[in-house]
Design a protein around this ligand. Sequence first.
Ligand SMILES: NC(=O)c1ccc[n+]([C@@H]2O[C@H](COP(=O)([O-])OP(=O)(O)OC[C@H]3O[C@@H](n4cnc5c(N)ncnc54)[C@H](O)[C@@H]3O)[C@@H](O)[C@H]2O)c1
Length: 324
Amino acid sequence: MSIQSNNNSRNGAGSTVGQNNDIYNIVLLIVDIVILVFKFWLTIIEETVKLFTTRPQANVSGQFVLITGAGHGMGKEMALQYAGIGAKVICWDINDQTNSQTVKEIKQAGGTAYGYVCNVVKREDIMELASRIRKEHGFVSVVVNNAGIMPCHPLLEHTEQETRLMYDINVLAHYWIIQAFLPDMIERNEGSIVALSSCAGLFGLANLVPYCGTKFAVRGYMAALAEELRQKNPQTNIKLTTIYPYMIDTGLCKNPRYRFPNAMKLISPKDAAASIIEAQRQGLEEAAIPRHFVAVEKLGRLIPRKAMRLVNDFLDTGVDTDKM
Ligand SMILES: NC(=O)c1ccc[n+]([C@@H]2O[C@H](COP(=O)([O-])OP(=O)(O)OC[C@H]3O[C@@H](n4cnc5c(N)ncnc54)[C@H](O)[C@@H]3O)[C@@H](O)[C@H]2O)c1
């Protein structure tokens, strides 16, 4: 009898402790929710204000900036412009001749540049070159994954070889280069990685099925990497910037098509490069060229696809096959 009453009182004490724990956990949850709601709206206000203010740009003078595909197009323009604001530019390209020409032009203008031939599909070459650069120059502050190719025709006409090569250059090479340079950035908790996606990474476009796949992949892995870095270190100072250019006048887009050439004409590589450098220096996570395309894509997702297709048909803008 006495043993039973002891158990009863012990059970009673246990359930009181359990109830106190429950109340404590509920209070904690409510506090968490209040903090979340407060911070959520504060961040929305802060980010909205930032949209209408000029963001400060990080100084890259004296820092090493590595650009892939520096021999032509936007890569070349970025190399020239980064050098123009005092960065020491490391130019990578598969094409020795055009890459050397970029380096020469930078040096002639009084800048600092180093050229390396690199086929970015070769992981071993990337790793070897990265450790050579580390020894010769030290820390690389900014890495721009720019080199890319864009075969443009219907999916059924894409060969296996060109499709695989496109993924190798436009996506896998980015992983190898990040694996080569990110560890130093993590160690120093600084640095910046820029990846060239495309408007073809925001919208699905005819004749560009595999290309769109590669550019959506860039968008996806950059978002995932940002999350990985943030979870590893909530105070991370490593900036990731994904760029979504519209059609740029580099020759990559062989048969552009538009109904309103004045409103939607090709953008000059000079202007595109300036826009990319500004986005990197401002530490933007995403930047389209022109900037409002990211907002258009977000808005487009809220609208039924059928309605968006009416707008697409009206604008009639895209790329025709390069096999014409
Ligand atoms: N031009 C556009 O309309 C446009 C639009 C959106 C996105 N983009 C993207 O921007 C980036 C640059 O485009 P661009 O128009 O300046 O290109 P581009 O063709 O003018 O220049 C690309 C450079 O990359 C180099 N390259 C190609 N394969 C390589 C490899 N395996 N290893 C090393 N270097 C290699 C080329 O030699 C060339 O110098 C690409 O990723 C492209 O997909 C371009």
